[in-house]
Design a protein around this ligand. Structure first.
Ligand SMILES: [Zn+2]
Length: 420
């Protein structure tokens, strides 16, 4: 005996069922098989929209199902088991999703955002969990959804969380991280070795710059030789090399700390301020001060958007522009990319003949694939810091074309270097 639905509820369900049937019919269509690359890209974009709509709908409805206990009516023992079974996910993923949906349901602002259907489940998770830990986080993060990459959204959430932690919370958190520090590895089914570790962010800040710098060197060498291996592969090579003692002998690279003048004065991070180790993420002022006085730390003090002071505890002269660029373009300058590794400084489109500035405003950091699109595919970076635009050429090229152009350029470069 099914419960009789009110008329409007009944109509709503029927309408949604019809829409889903339409999508299912389109998905089954023969036309999908024969679609050209450009149309396929548009279709994939529309299906990605549907996925966000679906994630939002589930997040809006799931807490109601849980509150009413109606999951038991379909024979499911727990809310997570029910959600896992309709979504086809693991119980732990379903539990995470339920937690997110419940947190989102408690904020009117987030409920409104869900009704717009613009958030993926991953974005929703970032915003909802930050909103639970830092008051006002939803107001700050929601406008960023869809405008920045997931990585940048997570970074901003981490910054807000760090700023919301009291000194006591922060000490307890670091003590916990330290207590659970570990390094483990095992042989995986391929016969190779897989590992993971967890450690205090300050401890890692002491070694990470050396690994990143060596990895970038190795990648440059490999690319000159025509290899397209990932940055992660080169990072592992660098890691093993340094562990094996081969990397020593070169000057130790700098750990870069970026801190707002106000935070430094106060000893705590205030609203909208930043205290972060480049390449690692936000840290407390207390954690940051542990590094001060170490030979290889560079501290960049920001006052608003200006970079006031570059202090350096070694006698090496700081490269102000290069450092300021690293701080400003923490991620690839192409809007929405979010890549943080292997970034290369690049000149933007300013006419030097007309006395264009050779300073910071004229430089941007790009990830390797976007750098390739710009160098070999005719794409342009226009605008300026904070308002970059990624402008397509009249006839955008395929990935295969770009890869061939890059290989050709590498061969030409090699011939020139070894030429007469
Ligand atoms: Zn990029």
């Amino acid at each position: 005996m099914s419960h009789p639905l009110c008329t409007f509820e009944h109509m709503f369900v029927e309408e949604l069922e019809a829409a889903v049937a339409d999508v299912r019919r389109l998905l089954g269509s023969q036309h999908l098989e024969s679609m050209g690359g450009d149309e396929a890209r548009r279709v994939a974009g529309l299906f990605a929209d549907l996925e966000r709509l679906g994630a939002s709908g589930v997040a809006l409805m799931a807490p109601r199902v849980v509150a009413a206990g109606s999951y038991a009516k379909s024979g499911h023992g727990t809310p997570a088991e029910w959600l896992g079974s309709i979504a086809g996910t693991s119980p732990s993923a379903a539990r995470r999703c339920l937690k997110t949906a419940t947190a989102a349901g408690e904020s009117p602002l987030m409920r409104k955002a869900l009704r717009r259907g613009e958030m993926s489940l991953a974005q929703l998770e970032v915003v909802a969990s930050a909103a639970g830990a830092a008051p006002g986080a939803a107001e700050e993060l929601l406008p960023l959804v869809g405008r920045v990459s997931l990585r940048e959204l997570s970074d901003e959430a981490a910054r807000l969380r760090a700023a919301a932690r009291s000194k006591e919370d922060e000490r307890a958190r670091r003590a916990r991280v330290h207590r659970f520090r570990h390094l483990s590895w095992h042989q995986d089914p391929s016969g190779g070795v897989k590992g993971e570790f967890s450690c205090d962010e300050v401890a890692w800040a002491r070694v990470a710059p050396g690994i990143e710098r060596r990895a970038a060197q190795l990648q440059r060498q490999a690319r000159r030789a025509g290899s397209a291996e990932s940055f992660g592969a080169h990072r592992l090579d660098a890691f093993l090399e340094i562990l094996g003692g081969k990397g020593s002998g070169t000057a130790r690279p700098h750990t870069l700390l970026v801190i707002d003048a106000e935070s430094l004065r106060r000893g705590e991070i205030g609203r909208g301020e930043r205290c972060a180790i480049d390449g690692i993420g936000p840290v407390s002022v207390e954690a940051a001060t542990e590094l001060i006085g170490e030979g290889s730390l560079q501290i960049l003090v920001r006052d608003g958007v200006d970079i006031r002071t570059v202090t350096n505890t070694t006698r090496v002269i700081p490269q102000r522009v290069a450092m300021a660029l690293v701080v400003r373009d923490r991620v690839c300058a192409v809007p929405g990319c979010g890549e943080v590794t292997g970034l290369q400084a690049d000149h933007c489109d300013v006419d030097y003949g007309k006395g264009g500035p050779t300073e910071l405003d004229n430089l941007a950091r790009l990830c390797v694939p976007h750098h390739d699109l710009k160098t070999h595919g005719g794409w342009k970076l226009k605008g300026g810091p904070g308002r970059w635009e990624w402008v397509a050429p009249a006839r955008p090229k395929s990935a295969g074309y770009i890869a061939r152009a890059r290989r050709l350029a590498a061969i030409k470069g090699k011939a020139q270097r070894s030429g007469p």
